[in-house]
Design a protein around this ligand. Structure first.
Ligand SMILES: NC(=O)c1ccc[n+]([C@@H]2O[C@H](COP(=O)([O-])OP(=O)(O)OC[C@H]3O[C@@H](n4cnc5c(N)ncnc54)[C@H](OP(=O)(O)O)[C@@H]3O)[C@@H](O)[C@H]2O)c1
Length: 280
C-alpha cells in the first residue's frame, strides 16, 4: 500500500493528503458500480478522505458515496459542501441533515460552504458552529475563498474556527502560491486542491509527459506529486476507474529530483503577481 502523507487539521485530526473527489458521480445509474468500486479501491489504498457535495448530481454523488462507505464509515474522513443559497443559519442545518440522509451516516467530518453567496458569512458560520456543537459535523471550512474573503471571514464571530479552504490548484493553476497558499499555511488552514489534474487537461502537456517517463510514472502522478510536496495541501483527484485510482494513489511514492522540479517550474511558472482566484 502506498505511504500516503498526512495533513493535520487545526481541529486536530490527521487526514490523508491524497483523497477522492466525486464530482460527476451519481448522474448515470449505469456507471454506479464502477464509481462505488473506485471509491472503495481508494479507501483500500489509504485515500480515506472523500470529498462530495449536495451539488454533485443533485445529491447523487452523496448517495454513491454512502454506498461506498457502507460498513466502513469509521475508516473515512467524510467531506461535503452546502450550496451558498442554502447557507443561512437554519438553511445550513437543514442541508446538512439532507446530506447525512443521502450519505446514510450521522456525522460529517468536514462541512464546507461551497462558494460565497448572498447569505452573510456570520449567519453561515453560526449555523456551522451549531452543527458542530450538536456533533453533526466534526469541523467546518469554506471553498473558493480568496484572501480578501478569508480576511473577512476572520472578522466574524467564530470565523477563525475555519479549518480548510478548498480551491482550484494544480500545475497549470498556481496563482494561489502568490498569496492565498502562504496565507492559509501561516494560519494552519488546510488547502484542499480541487481539479488537481485540471480535469485531465494537464495530462497532454509535453513537458509533463517527458518528465513522467523518466520516472516510469504517468503525467497524473507527477501532477499529484507536485501537490503532495506542499505543506498543508490535500489533493482530491476524481476517478471512476479503479485502476486509475490505484495509479493516483501511487503518486505518493514518487520521488522527483530537484532538477526535475526546476524543469517543472520552467514549464509551469509560479506566479509573480496577484492573480484573482480561479474557479471551475
Ligand atoms: N469546491 C469546488 O468548487 C470544486 C470544484 C471542482 C472540483 N471539486 C472537487 O474536486 C474533485 C476533483 O476535481 P475534478 O473532478 O474537477 O477534476 P480532476 O480530479 O482534476 O480530474 C478528473 C478527471 O480526470 C480523469 N482522471 C482521473 N485520474 C486519472 C488518471 N490517473 N489518468 C487519466 N485520467 C484521470 C477522470 O476520469 P475518470 O473518472 O474516467 O477516471 C476525470 O475525467 C471533484 O471531483 C470534486 O470532489 C470541487
Amino acid at each position: 500500500m502506498p505511504d500516503i502523507p498526512t495533513v493535520t487539521l487545526a481541529s486536530g485530526q490527521s487526514v490523508p493528503a491524497l483523497g477522492l473527489g466525486t464530482w460527476n458521480m451519481g448522474d448515470d445509474s449505469r456507471k454506479a458500480n464502477a464509481e462505488i468500486e473506485s471509491l472503495k479501491r481508494g479507501l483500500d489504498l489509504g485515500m480515506t478522505l472523500i470529498d462530495t457535495a449536495e451539488m454533485y448530481a443533485e445529491g447523487g454523488a452523496e448517495k454513491i458515496t454512502g454506498e461506498a462507505i457502507a460498513g466502513r464509515r469509521g475508516e473515512v474522513f467524510l467531506v461535503s459542501k452546502v450550496y451558498p443559497w442554502n447557507a443561512s443559519r437554519q438553511g445550513v442545518i437543514d442541508a446538512c441533515e439532507r446530506s447525512l440522509g443521502r450519505l446514510k451516516t450521522d456525522r460529517l467530518d468536514l462541512y464546507l460552504l461551497h462558494w460565497r453567496g448572498e447569505h452573510p458569512l456570520a449567519e453561515t458560520v453560526a449555523g456551522l458552529e451549531e452543527l458542530q456543537r450538536a456533533g453533526k459535523i466534526g469541523a467546518w471550512g469554506v471553498s473558493n475563498f480568496d484572501v480578501a474573503d478569508m480576511e473577512e471571514l476572520m472578522t466574524v464571530p467564530d470565523g477563525k474556527n475555519c479549518v480548510a479552504n478548498q480551491v482550484l490548484y494544480n500545475l497549470s493553476r498556481r496563482g494561489i502560491e502568490y498569496d492565498l497558499l502562504p496565507w492559509c499555511q501561516e494560519r494552519g488552514i488546510a488547502v484542499m486542491a480541487y481539479s488537481p489534474i485540471e480535469q485531465g487537461r494537464l495530462l497532454r502537456n509535453d513537458k509533463l509527459i517527458q518528465i513522467s517517463k523518466a520516472y516510469q510514472a504517468t503525467p497524473a502522478q507527477v501532477a499529484l506529486a507536485f501537490l503532495l510536496e506542499r505543506e498543508g495541501v490535500i489533493a482530491i483527484p476524481k476517478s471512476a476507474n479503479p485502476d486509475r485510482v490505484a495509479e493516483n494513489a501511487a503518486a505518493a511514492e514518487l520521488d522527483i529530483s530537484d532538477e526535475d522540479w526546476a524543469a517543472i517550474d520552467t514549464a509551469f511558472p509560479p506566479p509573480r503577481e496577484k492573480r484573482p482566484l480561479a474557479m471551475i
